[in-house]
Design a protein. Structure first.
Lengths: 320, 320
C-alpha cells in the first residue's frame, strides 16, 4: 500500500492511458466556497477510470498467464476496460456478463475483441460460471476492485491530479467495491498526508458507509441506486486500505446525485454517468467545511445510455 | 481584416475568457484518416464562442456609449454573451427576445443582470422594437455577427487552437450569420495561409452555401434545421470576408448533424448543441481528402435544453 506502487503503475500505463483533463467551474467554486478541481475520468479510454487498473493488472501477468488468457465478470465499465487492455496486450479476454446486460455494453465489449459468455443475473450465477471457465481453461481472473494491481492503477488518477494542481486539502471519490477510493487514498496520503480523503456512496447502497462505521465488512443488500457502478460491496483488500487511509465516508441521496449530474451536464458540458457524479454530490451536499479549501473530485466515468435522448432528437428533425 | 486585429482582440478578452481545451479522439481520427483537433467552445463562458465577440465589442465602447448601455436582439447564445460581457464591464444591457424564447434562456440572460424586452416572433418585430429602444435611450447595438469587433473576437478561438497545436491543413467552422466563420478564416489564413478553411451549413438553411456559389447574398427562407443557432443569413461584412478568405462552404443533412452530435456525446463525452456539431458533421460527411491531414474543428457551443432528459432520470429514481 505504498505510493511507489502507484508510481510504478503509472509508468506501466502512461503510454496507453489518457492523461485526462482537469476541469474547473466558477459555478462549482461559488457553490462550495473552495477551489475545486475535477479529474475527468469520463474522458479516459473506454469512458471510465477502470481502464487504468485493468491495464496495470494485465500488463504484469507472466508469459504463461498471458498465453492462457484473462477472465472478468462485469456488466459495466470493468468489462470494457479488461477487454481493451487485453486486446492492446495481445491477451485473449473472456467476459462473463449477466443475460440482462444492455446490448450496447455487450457490443462495446465485443468490439474490443473479447469473448462474451452469458450467465444468469445473480451474483452467484456469475461467480459459478466464472469459476467453471477458470477451471476449464486456466484463465487468470482480473477482479474489478479487490486486486492490488487494479487498486494501484486506479490510484494513478488522483496521482496525476495532485501532480498537476499541487497538494489538496480534500479529495472526494465515489465508493462501490472500493478500488478507486483505495487507490485514491494511497496516492493522496502519499503525496499530501494532510489531505482529507472522503469516500462518497449512494445512501441506497451504503454498505461501505456502514462497514466503515462498524469496523467489519457489511455486504450491501438489495442496493437500489441509479449509480449502477456503485452497487457492489467492499472487498477484503479495499476495506483494509479504506479503514487505514480514508478519513470519512459520507452518503448522498438519489436526488442529490441527479442534481450534481445536472450541474456537470448543464453548466460544465460534461457527459458523466450517475456513478461518476456521486463524488460531486458529496462535495455539494456533504456539509463539510470547504470554504477557501483546495479540493479534488474524481469524476469516475461517463458511460450512459443515450439511446432515448437521440431517438427523441430524431423525431424532432422529422417534425421540423 | 487583419490577423493583428484578432491578436488585439485576444489581448482584450484573455483575462475573462476561458482558454478552452483542445480535445482529440482515436475514433474520430480513425473515421477521417487524419489528425483531428477539436476546439471546444462549449466549455467557453456562457457555453458558446459568442462570449469572445461580445466582450471584445463592448470593451471598446467609448465612455459615453458605456454609460448609455448596449442592446442586442437574440433568442440564443448571443443574448447571454452580451448580458455577461456587459455585466463584467459594468454596462447596462437590454436584450430584445421573441415571446416564444425558451424560459431557460430568458432566465439565464436575466441571471447575468440584463433587462429583457419581449417582442413578436418575426425578424421584423425584433428589429422594429430594437430600433425604437435605440432611438429612445441611445443604446449601442451589439450585432450578433456583422460587427467587425464581434468577428475578430470570434476569430480568437481558431487563433488559440492554431497557436496550441501548430499549423493546420484544414479547419471546419459552422456558418449561420458568418461571424465565427469570418473570424476563423482571418485567424487561420493569417497564421497558416495554406490551410483550407471550410464553412459547414445545414442543408435546410443553406443561404451561405448558395450566396457563396452565386456571389451575391441570398437570404435564407424558412430555414428548418435543428441547428437553431444557424438559421440566420449572412451579413454584408461577413459575406465579404467569406468570399475573400473561405475556400469552400459545404452542407450537411439533419441526420448527419445528429450522427456527429452522437459521436461527440457518446464517444467523446462532450455536451454539444446541434449547431455546435455541424462542423463535425462536415468533417465526417464532407467527402474531403483528409487522409493524413492535420485538421481543426471549431465546436461552437453546448447549450441545449436537458429538461426532458433529467425529468426522465427523476422518474427512474422514483421507480427504483
Amino acid at each position: 500500500m505504498m505510493l511507489t506502487e502507484v508510481e510504478a503503475a503509472l509508468a506501466r500505463i502512461r503510454q496507453v492511458t489518457h492523461h485526462t483533463p482537469v476541469m474547473t467551474s466558477r459555478t462549482v467554486n461559488a457553490l462550495t466556497g473552495g477551489e475545486v478541481f475535477l479529474k475527468c475520468e469520463n474522458f479516459q479510454r473506454v469512458g471510465a477510470f477502470k481502464f487504468r487498473g485493468a491495464y496495470n493488472a494485465i500488463s504484469q501477468l507472466s508469459p504463461v498467464e498471458r498465453r492462457r488468457g484473462v477472465i472478468a465478470h462485469s456488466s459495466g465499465n470493468h468489462a470494457q476496460a479488461v477487454a481493451l487492455a487485453a486486446f492492446l496486450l495481445g491477451v485473449k479476454a473472456t467476459i462473463v456478463m449477466p443475460e440482462n446486460s444492455s446490448p450496447i455494453k455487450m457490443q462495446a465489449t465485443q468490439g474490443y475483441g473479447a469473448t462474451i459468455v452469458l450467465c444468469g443475473n445473480s451474483a452467484a450465477d456469475r461467480e459459478k460460471r466464472t469459476t467453471e471457465l477458470i477451471e476449464e481453461h486456466g484463465y487468470t481472473l482480473i477482479h474489478p476492485y479487490n486486486d492490488f494491481r487494479v487498486i494501484y492503477g486506479a490510484g494513478t488518477a488522483a496521482y496525476e491530479l495532485i501532480k498537476e494542481v499541487g497538494p489538496l486539502d480534500w479529495i472526494f471519490a465515489p465508493v462501490g467495491g472500493g478500488g478507486l477510493l483505495s487507490g485514491t487514498a494511497i496516492a493522496t496520503k502519499g503525496l499530501c498526508p494532510d489531505a482529507n480523503v472522503i469516500g462518497v456512496e449512494p445512501k441506497n447502497a451504503d454498505d461501505a458507509y456502514r462497514s466503515f462505521k462498524e469496523g467489519i465488512i457489511i455486504p450491501s443488500e438489495n442496493p437500489r441506486t441509479i449509480a449502477d457502478g456503485l452497487r457492489t460491496s467492499l472487498g477484503s483488500n479495499t476495506f483494509k486500505i479504506i479503514r487505514e487511509k480514508v478519513d470519512d465516508i459520507i452518503t448522498v441521496s438519489e436526488k442529490q446525485i441527479l442534481v450534481a449530474m445536472r450541474i456537470l451536464w448543464e453548466r460544465m458540458k460534461l457527459v458523466v454517468e450517475p456513478s461518476g457524479a456521486v463524488s460531486m454530490a458529496g462535495l455539494l451536499y456533504g456539509g463539510l467545511p470547504l470554504d477557501e479549501q483546495k479540493i479534488g473530485v474524481i469524476i469516475s466515468g461517463g458511460n450512459i445510455d443515450l439511446n432515448d435522448f437521440f431517438t427523441h432528437l430524431e423525431k424532432q428533425i422529422q417534425d421540423l
